[in-house]
Design a protein around this ligand. Sequence first.
Ligand code: HAM
Length: 420
Amino acid sequence: MDKIKSLTGMLDLYDDGDKTNLSAKLFYLEKKIKDIFISYKLNEIRTPILEDINLFIRSVGGASDIVNKEIYSFNDRNDKGIALRPEGTASVIRAIIEKKLDQTNHKLWYMGPMWRYERPQKGRYRQFNQAGVEILGIPEGMPEFEMISIVCSIISEFKLQNCTIKINHLGTQKNKELFCNALVKFLEPFKEFLDEKDLQRLEKNPLRVLDSKNNETQNILRDAPSINEFIDSSAIDLLNSIQKYFSDICNIEIDYSLVRGLDYYSGFVFEAVSSDLGAQDSFLGGGRYDQLCAKLGGKDLPSIGMAIGLERFAELIALKDDSVKVVSFLIVTSNLEPKAYKIAHQLRSLNKDIILDIHLSDGSLKAKLRKANKNNSDYAIIIGEEELKNNTAVIKPLKNELEEQVTVSLDDLYSFFKSI
Ligand code: HAM
């Protein structure tokens, strides 16, 4: 019979113990990043993965690639248009408005899968995971520094090399409009040299032409007007100040051509890129979106946020052999021996820092020891019928060849386990 396969661009994440696997790195990242978020006193928010499709049309934007070409959507049994979320920000703001919390400040984090129907390639999936932060209710100023501080903490925690945080300022809505008009005016005479994609961008969302991957377009853009001619000096001061105060921690570059693919941004925007990633080099992105809440029917709620692409970030890290000790618990008896499980339970309660791996399958002691070595265990605790009868256990060191295997009483086993 034909086997059913997973959908294109959607990964099964499974940690098989190999630390070089993307899955192992991603699971590790999730844990570590969560700890960093908590250390910044961010609160978790978890929204549904399905939303009314209009949420994304009104936020991410009807002209964006995401809504135009990439959204996964369907009509439910009631003929309502539903979308799998392509990003997290719109859902967070929807939830805050719905809970009538849009008049106060919030510092939030979330983690979970997102969906975009993109052409899969290295670092680009149709289902991928993001870890995001949204700081709501505070106008431009301190939150920008807090956000860059979070980004720097994450980059430093994983000692990422070869990465740059690009920052830019899109100005106010008015500045953005004036810049767009100037850009369109500049590009008009070059229309015949633009490809189909850039022509569409010029028509629907001119700022996105700056993001073009086409070399010819990039050559033309060299003489184009730049956003820094249209924004206030306070915006330029902010960029300079962020660069000045964080450059000793992370590589920060002011890039006036940085635009983001989602429509809701104005003001400060940023993206982190790594030269170790190839074509899809951006592993994190965000910015200020002061108008979004009002646009979705809520109060004026000045906000800023960012999201990390966890699969891309995972590509950049190497997992060390962690210092957590692993002990394999080998029960070698012909019958099911509940007493042995009780001993294991007891051990676990005595030292929560140890990973105690009970080998559940039948098999010879030799096979079980082979598996314990493969699992990188530090010790094996072996219990057979003899040991159960005498209330003893065997402790066999697996990493230190100089240490001898010993038979000990259960009390000594408990003391030993506590001391590892
Ligand atoms: P974004 O730039 O669209 O921003 O996505 C953030 C990150 O998600 C990207 O930098 C990238 O690492 C990852 N990503 C995006 N698409 C894919 C894909 N197809 N496969 C793998 N990774 C991908 C947002 O989503 C905004 N909501 C960020 C934000 C939060 N802005 C304000 N608050």
